[in-house]
Ligand binder design. Structure first.
Ligand SMILES: NC(=O)c1ccc[n+]([C@@H]2O[C@H](COP(=O)([O-])OP(=O)(O)OC[C@H]3O[C@@H](n4cnc5c(N)ncnc54)[C@H](OP(=O)(O)O)[C@@H]3O)[C@@H](O)[C@H]2O)c1
Length: 276
């Protein structure tokens, strides 16, 4: 499968790395279109030699066009490439907030797969939520899902609007987990541990319970009860969470992220510069 990655920044580079590390694509099948010529060496060092800095009729030969420019650069990019791509080409977009219909209208192509990845996609441990236009065939979708497997897990949703919910849950999710980790780390240091000790404890606590959870059929509630014996230390901490309604705060925060994703999606259809 011949793939061209348009936009060779953080995500473009990490997708290529994942494809190569997992043998989902051979370097000879990959090409990059990136306006900064100085990035050519980065890709050459990965074995990807087909590097373009200008659009051209060569774009028509690719089975898949992966859009990895910033959302605010999409309109300009679309103007540059629309004359060189054919209406039957398959496009995979990782741009946050740009809706399928908008990509179809600006690129004049029908087959669009839209993906919302998260930060861990850069190390092959991401969670991506994806949707597609009706024109994408089942085989094309499965092929792209197999390709995306190299960046982590992926979840297909037939209703594109669920991508906004995915953005609120797994897209922004890494930041929520890191926020919790930081708060725990800061308190551990205050309680007397060094930074390195606190980091080790937090890291292993999160990693350990994730593995434990994965290997048991118990629900989160069941496991919380296992840790929190009556009148004990965990129960004392959980009572504070309840007193300050931490569950309601998290619920509110996810809805705030969801509403913002919806809002940004709407404003991007008038002005893609609105997404950043
Ligand atoms: N980072 C994440 O964790 C994450 C998560 C979910 C979704 N995403 C999405 O992934 C996309 C890429 O993000 P990123 O962090 O990789 O951005 P980035 O590092 O800025 O990469 C974008 C690249 O595209 C190049 N570019 C801009 N306009 C172009 C054009 N007209 N033609 C060719 N190349 C062009 C840029 O070159 P210059 O630097 O020279 O402008 C840059 O190298 C975004 O749409 C973002 O919404 C990212």
């Amino acid at each position: 499968m011949k793939i061209i990655i348009i936009g060779g920044g953080n995500m473009g580079q990490s997708y290529i790395k994942s494809f190569l590390d997992n043998d989902t694509a051979d370097a000879s099948e990959l090409s990059v279109y990136e306006k900064s010529a100085d990035k050519k060496e980065v890709f050459a060092s990965m074995g990807v030699k087909n590097f373009y800095t200008q659009p051209g009729s060569y774009l028509e030969k690719f089975d898949l066009i992966l859009l990895a420019v910033k959302p605010q650069n999409f309109k300009e990019l679309a103007g540059e490439i629309v004359g060189y791509i054919s209406k039957d080409q398959l496009v995979l977009s990782i741009m946050a907030g740009i809706e399928i219909e908008q990509i179809q209208s600006l690129l004049k192509v029908q087959k669009i797969i839209r993906v919302m990845p998260n930060l861990a996609a850069q190390i092959g441990q991401g969670m991506s939520v994806l949707s597609s236009s009706a024109e994408v065939s089942r085989i094309e979708l499965v092929t792209v899902q197999n390709l995306l497997e190299s960046t982590g897990k992926n979840l297909y949703v037939s209703d594109e609007m669920l991508i906004n919910a995915g953005t609120a849950v797994s897209g922004s999710g890494p930041a929520y987990v890191l926020y919790f980790m930081k708060s725990m780390k800061d308190t551990a240091i205050e309680l007397g541990f060094t930074k390195a000790q606190a980091e080790l404890m937090i890291y292993q606590t999160f990693k350990g319970i994730l593995e434990y959870y994965k290997n048991h059929n118990d629900s989160c509630e069941d496991l919380i009860q296992k840790v929190a014996s009556k009148g004990g230390t965990t129960e004392a901490a959980l009572k504070v969470f309840e007193e300050f309604q931490l569950d309601k705060t998290i619920h509110k925060a996810l809805y705030a992220a969801y509403n913002r994703a919806v809002e940004l999606g709407k404003s991007s259809s008038d002005d893609p510069k609105a997404i950043g």
